[in-house]
Design a protein around this ligand. Structure first.
Ligand SMILES: [Zn+2]
Length: 275
């Protein structure tokens, strides 16, 4: 057995233990993933994973959180976007590999805290931003149906994976972009290689394996070594009654946003023990 393979196996074993074992992943141990294209084992400097309700629900400013990094505009379509440092380090490695294959990854959205998500949600709630299909949500009643229409693509504040600093939207907010031409080439590359850098698509097409939740989003990718841990924490710590503080939050409980949306993701993006 060669040394690189040995390092990989030891490291993957350690990741699995960390990910399934309560609080032990709050260590500074490094995670290792393999880039199968170049056969170079790359190391990610992991950060402690905060488990507080305020972090899970996005009640913080990423610009003031030392675990977050400002995304270089080389990697994004605009300034002032943030990611957790470990997720960003993994992304930059994926970016370089994609670039070498002739594919340009562009971050369109990254960390969004509660206040940011609230502004997105409430603009849609009031009809100031139209839903896809040019639908004005404010025309929809009762309010539960209005919330369900927005929930096709947008999270209620406090429940977005974008709060965690692990999730990114890439290149275009449209599934059709990823279904032909250079968008399809990009998507096929991500399907084949994102996993090598720890990324997974949580919002895949609905079907028997994923009956509930947001519609398919081919642009949304999540850094699993951290987001798997945070999802498990959210499952045990958060409940529908905590989802409040914005227009329409009173219907979160009757929709069961926690079970149907927060947990309604591609099973491949959850811990094996959670399936
Ligand atoms: Zn997204």
């Amino acid at each position: 057995m060669n040394l690189q393979l040995l390092v990989l196996i030891i490291s993957l074993g350690s990741m699995a233990c960390n990910a399934s074992d309560g609080r032990s992943e709050d260590s500074k141990a490094s995670q290792t993933m393999i880039n199968t294209e170049s056969r170079v084992v790359t190391s990610i400097d992991t950060l402690p994973i905060e488990r507080s309700i305020s972090y899970l629900m996005g009640a913080f400013d990423p610009a003031k959180n030392p675990h977050f990094a400002l995304i270089d505009t080389v990697h994004a379509d605009r300034p002032n976007l943030y990611l957790r440092r470990d997720a960003y380090q993994a992304f930059t490695q994926m970016y370089q590999a994609a670039k070498a294959a002739g594919i340009l990854l562009v971050i369109r959205s990254a960390t969004r805290n509660f206040e940011y998500q609230k502004s997105i949600w409430e603009r849609k709630w009031k009809g100031e931003t139209k839903l896809s299909g040019n639908i004005d949500a404010s025309d929809i009643s009762p309010t539960k149906e209005r919330a369900l229409a927005i929930l096709r693509y947008s999270s209620m504040p406090g429940t977005s994976r974008h709060h965690w600093g692990t999730d990114i939207d890439l290149n275009a907010f449209s599934n059709s972009y990823f279904e032909s031409g250079k968008g399809l080439k990009l998507y096929q590359w991500l399907q084949a290689h994102a996993v090598e850098y720890g990324f997974c698509q949580p919002y895949t097409a609905k079907g028997p394996a994923r009956p509930f939740g947001y519609n398919e989003e081919k642009w949304h990718w999540s850094y699993l070594p951290v987001s798997q841990v945070l999802l498990k924490e959210a499952k045990t710590t958060l409940n529908n009654s905590m989802i409040r503080g914005f227009a329409g939050s009173e219907v979160a409980e009757s929709i069961d946003v926690m079970s149907r949306y927060v947990l309604g993701i591609n099973p491949l993006c959850t811990l094996a023990s959670e399936n």
